[in-house]
Design a protein around this ligand. Structure first.
Ligand SMILES: Nc1ncnc2c1ncn2[C@@H]1O[C@H](COP(=O)(O)OP(=O)(O)OP(=O)(O)O)[C@@H](O)[C@H]1O
Ligand SMILES: [Mg+2]
Length: 578
């Protein structure tokens, strides 16, 4: 991938003022530093070589000047370091914010494909070096560029021939560094991939730690982890090979330059075209030439690290969600609540097996519909197509006769309340989790919603009541408790369309009955689609739809379906014979 330089530079935009200050500090501290060797040369060459009668006074004057300059230089250098690093850190923060925001909006199909650990690695690790590079990149260019040009100029004035000896080495160093850097970019890219795999492994093993222990599979997980960690080590090995080759190569060049200057300088002194003070100044300025090269060396590793991080960042930022709000959408205030599937065909992305072919289904506003059928029949999939978690591959899903793809996405999601099959609670308090349905809800509203979901009593029985922590993913609650919290959340959201996927499956008989009642109360005046395995919960539904392999095979009320003695009747019998 080509380095996205424009994208990289665009992050400077909000900080142009800070940047110009930082550059000014860099300029000042360099300019001041460049004067020093000249002063040394002045003392050794002019003051100490002639008449020494008032030399002491002159030395004192130069000394004071040097102290003054040193203090000033230190001040600028402090400002440069502090402000510069903060600038870089702010930009790194911006990148991370942008990336997180972008990832939040990617579609379900993206998350079906990409692992959480990989994303954690990209958002966390990949951007570590970027702040250093944002800060040092441009500033070092100025700092060391200036030093370099300044030093070469001064040296050319002192002795052109000796200077050319040094300059002759530079093209070779440049070529050498370029190739090493290219190689380093590759290895850093690989490092990051391997690190992401480690993160993925950790995330997977630790999220599943309860499974791991119940199957006694700790050793298996440890082995998987060791393998990934070993891959990372090997990848690092490659990086260090290139890095040390580069570092030692350049140090070698530097040594040769010094030897060349001493030898050639000595020859010039013997030939009386150079004096000792000049050679001394030369030796001091060599450092100005070499320091940028050394610095670039240390820096190039970091730069490559940051660049590869940015490349991965940019790549992810350019990944578009396949579910997007239309540019021009139909403007509606609220939905009445009719839902239609018109000749819907659907295949999950990254899958080649279609779930539906020409599925047609009409639900009237305010209707209470139940969906039943064997596992894998496509019930949950129906519930995911309505709020556009996925887009149909054929036909259309409409709400109030508007194709969902023509409505604004936030509007669609706002109009639908969904309790998904696998309930997810966020780490935090019970109150926070219920309030997730309506962040601005008052305490009373939260309690009211919990009451309706039959969660109030068990919440009060917890040590800290509504402030009890639920643990990550709600591990400190039972399955049924989690489900009731998630129902309360939807009660609070209060949407015109309600989808409950297996919302009552893990409740005990008594709370199932109460939740069923409150569900039915809630369903009044809204379109409700209930997906249930326990047929007892949906007896009262106005219409029961039986799904088999993605096709509707039967529909009607409980009584009429029982009378029909078809697929529903056998499902029903199976359950009640158990
Ligand atoms: N994210 C996905 N990617 C690919 N295929 C999927 C995905 N989710 C479900 N499927 C497949 O789609 C089909 C229908 O699944 P769905 O979850 O709708 O079944 P279901 O009727 O809800 O079953 P259950 O009663 O067990 O919940 C299944 O064959 C399943 O393997
Ligand atoms: Mg399901």
């Amino acid at each position: 991938m080509h380095f996205p330089i424009k994208h990289f530079v665009s992050y400077y935009r909000p900080y142009l003022k800070q940047l110009s200050f930082v550059l000014m500090y860099a300029f000042m501290s360099t300019a001041l530093a460049l004067i020093f060797p000249l002063l040394v040369r002045h003392v050794t060459g002019d003051v100490l070589s002639g008449d020494l009668t008032d030399a002491q006074d002159q030395v004192l004057q130069v000394g004071l000047l040097m102290i003054g300059l040193a203090v000033l230089q230190q001040i600028f250098s402090f400002l440069l370091d502090y402000k510069g690093h903060m600038l870089g850190a702010r930009m790194e923060r911006d990148l991370r914010n942008d990336l997180f925001e972008h990832v939040q909006r990617l579609s379900f199909s993206y998350f079906d494909k990409v692992k959480t650990g990989e994303l954690m690695s990209r958002i966390g690790n990949d951007l570590y070096s970027i702040s250093e590079v944002y800060h040092h990149g441009i500033e070092d260019l100025i700092l060391f560029g200036l030093r370099f040009i300044g030093a070469v100029t001064v040296l050319l004035v002192i002795n052109a021939r000796l200077t050319l000896v040094i300059v002759a080495f530079l093209p070779f160093m440049a070529v050498f560094t370029y190739f090493c850097n290219k190689q380093m970019n590759k290895t850093f890219m690989d490092n990051k991939k391997k690190m992401a795999e480690i993160h993925t492994q950790v995330e997977d093993s630790l999220s599943g730690v309860r499974e791991v222990q119940s199957f006694n599979n700790e050793a298996l997980e440890v082995n998987k982890f060791r393998r990934q960690n070993e891959h990372f080590l090997n990848s690092r090995k490659e990086t260090y090979k290139v890095e040390t080759a580069l570092y030692n190569g350049v140090e070698g060049f530097i040594r040769f330059i010094t030897i060349a200057v001493v030898l050639y300088g000595a020859t010039l002194i013997i030939g009386e075209t150079l004096n000792l003070a000049d050679l001394l100044a030369f030796m001091l300025y060599i450092d100005f030439l070499v320091a940028p090269i050394r610095r670039m060396l240390v820096f190039s590793a970091m730069m490559q690290d940051a660049f590869t991080g940015f490349q991965r960042f940019s790549e992810l930022m350019h990944t578009q969600s396949d579910i997007k709000s239309p540019n021009k959408h139909v403007e509606l205030k609220a939905l009445e609540g009719s839902i239609s599937f018109k000749q819907v065909g659907f295949t999950y992305p990254h899958s080649d097996q279609s779930v539906f072919k020409e599925l047609t289904l009409d639900i009237r506003p305010g209707e209470y519909v139940a969906l039943v059928g064997a596992s894998g029949a496509g019930k949950s999939t129906i519930s995911k197509l309505i709020p556009r978690f996925y887009d149909v591959t054929q036909g259309s899903v409409t709400l109030d006769e508007h194709d969902v793809r023509h409505l604004s996405l936030p509007f669609v999601r706002e109009q639908i309340g969904i309790v998904q099959q696998d309930v997810y609670l966020f780490s935090g308090s019970i109150k926070d989790n219920i309030r997730y349905g309506k962040p601005e809800a008052t305490e009373e509203e939260v309690i009211e919603a919990a009451r309706k979901a039959n969660a109030h009593n068990f919440i009060l029985a917890l040590p800290s009541g509504y402030d009890s922590e639920v643990g990550q993913r709600g591990v400190r609650l039972s399955g049924g408790q989690k489900q009731r919290i998630s129902i309360a959340r939807v009660f609070l959201k209060n949407p015109p369309i309600l989808i409950l996927d297996e919302a009552t499956s893990s409740l005990d008989n008594e709370s199932e009955y109460i939740v069923k009642e409150s569900m039915e109360t809630l369903a009044k005046g809204r379109t409700t689609l209930v997906i249930a395995h326990r047929l007892s919960t949906i007896k009262n539904a106005q219409r029961i739809i039986v799904l088999e392999n993605g096709r509707i095979v039967e529909e009607g009320t409980h009584e009429s379906l029982i009378e029909n003695a078809g697929p529903y009747y056998s499902l029903y019998n199976q359950q009640f014979k158990l």
